[in-house]
Design a protein around this ligand. Structure first.
Ligand code: FEO
Length: 162
């Protein structure tokens, strides 16, 4: 059993995860349009992962006999000035998601909602990884600078993401 307030907060996060999926699919389309198929593959994989995150919230809300409410997903941006700009935004977005998860955790602790605290633990750990991946690729893009060869090499590496 979760509170009404928690039900709303979890549904809000379910939407945030779907927006993340939408944002990364939009970035995938941006990379496809620039013939960077490896970058596009990385983003499509990320987009799928975000749907998985959303469905964890969906499953948990149902398990708690609460009601899933699907809120409208905002339209994501379509273009970025560079590959680096897209990954810098990815990092910024993940930092925002981390704040949301932390706020949810604060609520669960305040409500002494132990089950939700345990459920959110996975997301706390996951966000550390999500931020690290985005930061790592953004740093690599900074090192590459204007080198086309470097960009193609990273494109090939990102295309191997499982
Ligand atoms: Fe679902 Fe990338 O956080």
């Amino acid at each position: 059993m979760i509170s009404e307030k928690m039900q709303k907060a979890l549904n809000d996060q379910l939407k945030e995860e779907y927006f993340s999926s939408y944002l990364y699919l939009s970035m995938a389309a941006y990379f496809e349009s620039n013939n960077l198929n490896g970058f596009a593959h990385w983003m499509k994989t990320q987009s799928e992962e975000e749907k998985g995150h959303a469905m964890k919230f969906y499953g948990y809300i149902n398990e708690q006999q609460a009601r899933v409410s699907l809120n409208a997903i905002d339209k994501p941006q379509m273009d970025w000035v560079s590959s680096l700009a897209a990954f810098e935004e990815t990092l910024k977005h993940e930092q925002k998601i981390t704040k949301h998860i932390n706020t949810l955790m604060d609520l669960a602790i305040a409500e002494k909602d132990h089950a939700t605290t345990i459920f959110l633990q996975w997301f706390i750990t996951e966000q550390v990884e999500e931020e690290a991946h985005a930061a790592h690729i953004a740093e690599q893009l900074k090192m590459i600078g204007d080198s086309k060869q470097g960009l193609m090499m990273l494109n090939s590496i990102l295309g191997q993401r499982k």
